[in-house]
Design a binder for this molecule. Structure first.
Ligand code: KG4
Ligand code: ZN
Length: 370
């Protein structure tokens, strides 16, 4: 087995788990020593080709249309990255990383087939990456601190850390003991946070994807107008629960249904008030559970990531929570909150360091279920 020797590894990453076709080229360096304090990710390219316009008329992602679009977009995005000098540029690449799940099967397989073909053609090792691990490690990607400056090395994240991963398909709370060791405290028992945003947006006749639309409309509404339920906010009480970590599950399906009934019974209600009150309830639960976990595990940092982390109110709330607890708060740049291939490259590099081997088969990586 060959050791990773060269200081900088260039990873070409491909992400097609849902409705974004993304390819990134990332220079990765550093180690896992000292909680990954010297990790550095230089994003040479990160192109995301969105399919929103294709799926919008259907009110959600249509898997086979997503597959068709990925097939069309992958070679286009690849050419955009390598321009005319494919051979020259590809010679700098050390690994190809590909998202292998979770996600929409037809969409995932399009990317996997493309990556496999490429890896055979140019004889480069292929690394299969868990999409949720990609989101988790998006917190190690560069952050922009002004229009001109971006920080490429990480901010030396201190552990224990509580990580809240909120996307369209998942809501997961992790207790991270180090950069590559964690225990799952809880996840959603039904709808994911992003899914609830998307479904409530549909009820309000807002276009897909609903999350950004709800947060925009909520700006014009009163978050206290309707007291929607905060599902499982306090149940079960972790102090009394036998299982360590119990009490950190989420449930958003009941909240979604109460919005449905409220709209049925109050057809003349201001939509903005519904959006603001729903958002308030959903974010209240996410924030308070994360705060409770941070206290219980005496965390030094809170990490937020996944598509819903693009929500400004959620960012603000968790930032305030961290301030109150006198701990650090991390959230990726907006462009790395939503699906992108740069985060897949970061996860691939961290997986490589962890396994200390150059070639990984396409199989589930890490501790998160696929
Ligand atoms: O991580 P992501 O891009 O894709 C998945 O892995 O699912 O997350 C997409 C989800 C969608 O449900 C979308 O509505 C939600 O993230 N989202 C938001 C916001 N921006 C995106 N939810 C709330 N507020 C936002 N600003
Ligand atoms: Zn995602």
């Amino acid at each position: 087995m060959k050791e990773i020797s060269k200081k900088i590894k260039t990873i070409l990453a491909i992400e097609t788990s849902c409705d974004d076709t993304s390819i990134a080229l990332v220079e990765c360096s550093g180690s896992l020593k000292n909680s990954g304090a010297d990790l550095k990710f230089e994003i040479l390219e990160n192109i995301v080709s969105s399919q929103i316009a294709i799926h919008r008329p259907f009110g959600g992602v249509v898997p086979n249309l997503a597959k068709r679009e990925h097939i069309k977009n992958l070679p286009k995005v690849f050419r955009q990255i390598f321009k005319s000098n494919v051979k020259g540029q590809m010679s700098k690449v050390d690994y190809i990383a590909i998202t292998i799940g979770p996600g929409l099967e037809p969409a995932l397989w399009t990317g996997i087939n493309f990556a496999e073909e490429l890896s055979k053609k140019i004889k480069l090792p292929l690394i299969g990456i868990n999409h949720m691990e990609g989101h988790l490690y998006s917190n190690w990607l560069p952050i922009r601190i002004s229009d001109k400056r971006q920080v490429t090395s990480n901010k030396h994240i201190e552990f224990h850390a509580i990580a809240l991963i909120v996307s369209g398909g998942h809501t997961i709370l992790l207790n991270m003991k180090s950069i590559n060791k964690w225990e799952k405290l809880g996840e959603t028992l039904d709808d994911a946070a992003g899914e609830a945003f998307d479904k409530v947006a549909k009820m309000l006749k807002l276009p897909y994807p609903g999350g950004p639309e709800i947060s925009k409309l909520a700006l014009k509404g009163n978050p206290k107008a309707i007291n929607f339920p905060r599902p499982m906010l306090n149940t079960p009480n972790p102090a009394k629960a036998k299982a360590r970590g119990a009490g950190y599950e989420f449930s958003f399906s009941g909240l979604k249904t109460s919005v449905l009934y409220y709209l049925r019974d109050n057809p003349k209600i201001e939509k903005a008030d519904v959006a603001a009150s729903f958002q308030e309830a959903a974010i209240d639960v996410l924030n308070k559970k994360t705060a409770r976990a941070a206290k219980q595990y005496e965390a030094k940092s809170i990490l937020l990531c996944g598509g819903v982390s693009a929500n400004k109110l959620l960012r603000e709330r968790l930032q305030n929570t961290a301030k109150e607890l006198k701990i650090n708060f991390y959230v990726p740049d907006f462009k790395y909150s939503v699906d992108n291939a740069a985060m897949i490259a970061a996860a691939a590099y961290i997986n490589l360091l962890q396994k200390n081997k150059e070639h990984l088969k396409i199989e589930a990586q890490g501790n998160l279920s696929i």
